[in-house]
Structure formats: structure tokens, C-alpha cells
Design a protein around this ligand. Structure first.
Ligand SMILES: [Zn+2]
Length: 275
């Protein structure tokens, strides 16, 4: 697992360097004149009212107001340009308890999260009512992580389309939102054929990551703390999983790390324009 993380990090590093070289002065500043620093920290801001929730919730994380840029397409590993953003992403949903805990974590903190939903897991139905107001407000984004998590490099183009469509249909029906154009291939595995097949199915934006908190399988508290400290930094896409209970003891640490480092949690819809 560590080796995979390292490899992903190296890949992201080179991808990030390339994006920086091409992108130059990045475009998501508040105005064209401002330098590319999308600071949006306003801790006095109150997160939007959600049905059934108190009007005043702890506004640990404000709503970012960024000038959005077009999706880059292909595979992204990090957020482009310089800034203080962090895209915290959570995959799968093997554990209904962990999905429920994430929903409560988001509701009470204002944490912005993109879930990559594997739609066949019951967790997403179990907690749809808790998640829906935050999905509607944009605090939580739902993206496509297939129906039942096959390795896309080992299935046909038609099966890739079917996997994405079935998950997309579930998200649309259950939450009233469109997952496209964002998907994450299971295991992060995608080659040029996979990306082309996904694009043809309406998903031109694959999302990889630049650091994992290590909970796709069992992990110790010590290792998770080490990974949070290592990877929760500016402009990263960080991956976690709603599979193992370990994260339940690390929500406060995650909040503290993000706040201490002056980071702004964002969804991909906060940063990018949909095509
Ligand atoms: Zn997964």
C-alpha cells in the first residue's frame, strides 16, 4: 500500500509540474488582476441552511467563491495552479456506518467532500436522506465510482459504459444530481482506452489523487495519523474510503490539520466548470 501511494505521489508530482508549466498564471483568482491565490477564508460565514439542521452550525469551513475554470479532461492527480485548496475525496462505501459518520461529520463542520460512490453498496441508500441536503447545497459532491467496482482495464468498453451509466442513474434518481463528468476508475486503474471509453460514455474527467489516508483496507491509527500529516496539504486531491472504521477516530485531527494549515476544502464543482 505504501508503495502504491508513493508511486501515485510521484506520478502526481510530474503531472503537477507539467500542469504548472502549461497553466502559467492560473485562472481561478477572484479577478483577472489578482495573483492566482484563491483564498476564500472567511470563518465568520455560516454554511447554508439545510433542512432539519440548526441554522447556525460550526462554520469550520467556509463556502469558497472561486472563479471556476474548465475541467482539464483526461486524468487529474491534483488541483491545478497555486493556492490553499484541498479536495478531500471519499470512495466506495463498503461500511454504511462510516458513510453515516461522514455525513454527520460534514453536517457539523461544513467540510466539503466529494464522494466517489460505488452505487451497489447499500450505504448510499441508507444515508441518502442525511446526505441529500448537503448534496443540494453543493457542500457535498457525488461522483461516479461505478456500480460494483470492476477494474476498468480488464473489462470491455461496453461494460465500462454500463458500469458508469448504472451508477450515474442511481445518483440521479436518488439525489437528483448529475455525477458526470467526474469519475474515478476503481483502483485508479485507467489507460488510454479506458479514458476514451469513459469519455464516450459522458465522463471526460477521471480523478486520481495525490496522497491517500490509507484506508482502502485495514490501517492502524498511527499510520493514518502519519498519512493525514503527510498528504493533507495545499492543492492536493486526497483519497479516503468509507470502508474501515479507523477514520471515525480521526475526524477532529483532520479538521485541525486543515485549519492549522490554512487550507480551504473544495469539491471539484467549486473549482471547475462542467462542460
Ligand atoms: Zn474504490
Amino acid at each position: 500500500m505504501k508503495r502504491r501511494t508513493l508511486i501515485a505521489g510521484i506520478a502526481a508530482l510530474s503531472a503537477g509540474a507539467a500542469a504548472g508549466a502549461v497553466g502559467g498564471g492560473f485562472a481561478y483568482a477572484e479577478t483577472p488582476k489578482a495573483p492566482a491565490l484563491p483564498r476564500a477564508v472567511d470563518h465568520a460565514r455560516v454554511v447554508p441552511h439545510v433542512k432539519g439542521a440548526p441554522t447556525l452550525m460550526p462554520a469550520y469551513f467556509p463556502i469558497p467563491h472561486l472563479t471556476k475554470i474548465p475541467i482539464p479532461g483526461g486524468m487529474i492527480h491534483g488541483l491545478p495552479g497555486e493556492g490553499n485548496l484541498i479536495a478531500f475525496t471519499v470512495d466506495d462505501g463498503v461500511s454504511s456506518d462510516v458513510v453515516g459518520a461522514y455525513a454527520e461529520f460534514a453536517r457539523t463542520t461544513g467540510m466539503r467532500i466529494t464522494f466517489f460512490v460505488t452505487a451497489s453498496y447499500p450505504a448510499w441508500r441508507d444515508h441518502a436522506d442525511a446526505l441529500r441536503p448537503m448534496v443540494e447545497s453543493g457542500q457535498i459532491q457525488l461522483a461516479n465510482h461505478t456500480w460494483n467496482h470492476p477494474d476498468f482495464t480488464k473489462i470491455s468498453d461496453g461494460e465500462i459504459r454500463s458500469q458508469l451509466e448504472r451508477c450515474g442513474d442511481f445518483i440521479r434518481t436518488t439525489f437528483g444530481v448529475e455525477a458526470a463528468p467526474y469519475f474515478r476508475p476503481p483502483y485508479g486503474n485507467a489507460d488510454a482506452r479506458v479514458l476514451a471509453a469513459a469519455r464516450a460514455a459522458g465522463y471526460p474527467q477521471a480523478v486520481h489523487w495525490y496522497g491517500s489516508i490509507g484506508d482502502s483496507g485495514p490501517i492502524s491509527d498511527e499510520n493514518m495519523s502519519m498519512l493525514i500529516d503527510r498528504w493533507v496539504t495545499a492543492q492536493r486531491i486526497v483519497i479516503g474510503h468509507a470502508n474501515q472504521p479507523t477514520i471515525l477516530g480521526h475526524f477532529d485531527e483532520l479538521v485541525k490539520t486543515i485549519r492549522d494549515r490554512g487550507l480551504q476544502p473544495v469539491t471539484f464543482d467549486d473549482v471547475f466548470l462542467r462542460p
